[in-house]
Design a protein around this ligand. Structure first.
Ligand SMILES: C[S@@+](CC[C@H](N)C(=O)[O-])C[C@H]1O[C@@H](n2cnc3c(N)ncnc32)[C@H](O)[C@@H]1O
Length: 235
């Protein structure tokens, strides 16, 4: 492998043809170099979306990446979607995959920095927020701002749906959602094997070791817990 491609693997931005079955839905996604390659987090969220009903809803997805979740949100009945990403090339790739899967509902593709999105209020906000590769000194930045600012984008009584790892401190998110008056349900939980790039970042491994219950080791293999939350905003 070339040095550049090795680096892209480490950043999880390598090109791949991603094919997977989610319930009755067969997804075949084109993920070029530079676009986030779906991980166990995104795959778990995709499975859990099948248990949620978005019928008639106006849904916002933040950091849509290759569009894996947007396609399923549409298949679960959304009436309208807004997808955001941090740059235009990623938005274009999401559009490519959404259109390839024959999503027909009105869909807006918006370049926006996290919660700084025009429009709304939305009925639901769905996301797999950056964490391990958040690029922030304060790694939980995207999770905390998501919870704190959800009311600016989601209507009263609407839903925030997101996946997070035990590595990102689940009790802390639960406390923050409760402090913000949200009524939280766990849609589903699973174990995810560590990504190779965790081991390549000693700072990350040290930070994770400081969070009680952040991971487990069984038969020499490291696992994190992956949880999908459905948080109902106060009405
Ligand atoms: C964990 S990935 C999830 C991608 C996709 N939803 C998935 O699950 O495969 C987080 C995504 O957020 C995007 N992102 C990073 N910083 C962002 C920001 N400030 N505003 C919007 N999106 C951002 C990244 O480009 C990336 O696609």
């Amino acid at each position: 492998m070339t040095e550049k491609l090795e680096q892209r693997h480490g950043e999880n931005l390598y090109p791949v043809k991603f094919a997977a079955q989610f319930g009755d839905h067969e997804l075949k996604l084109d993920v070029p170099e530079g676009i986030w390659n779906p991980t166990p987090h995104g795959v778990h969220l995709a499975h859990m979306l099948l248990d949620l009903d978005f019928s008639g809803e106006n849904v916002l997805e933040l950091g849509a990446g290759c569009g894996i979740h947007s396609i399923l949100i549409a298949r679960r009945g959304a009436a309208r979607m807004t997808l955001t990403e941090i740059d235009a090339a990623i938005c274009d790739n999401a559009r490519h995959n959404v259109e390839k899967h024959e999503v027909r509902i009105p869909t807006d593709y918006v370049v926006a920095d996290w919660m700084h999105v025009e429009g709304g209020p939305f009925d639901a906000l769905v996301t797999n927020p950056p964490f391990a590769k958040s690029g922030k000194r304060y790694r939980r930045y995207f999770i905390d701002t998501l919870i704190l600012d959800a009311h600016k984008l989601v209507r009263p009584g609407g839903r925030l749906v997101f996946v997070q790892s035990s590595m990102a401190d689940i009790p802390r998110s639960l406390a923050l959602m409760a402090e913000n008056g949200m009524d939280v349900a766990i849609v589903g939980e699973t174990d995810g094997p560590f990504r190779q790039y965790y081991f390549e970042d000693p700072t990350y491994m040290r930070e994770m070791a400081a969070i009680p219950g952040s991971y487990s080791v069984r038969d020499g293999k490291h696992y994190e817990r992956l949880i999908v939350f459905e948080a109902r905003l106060p009405g």
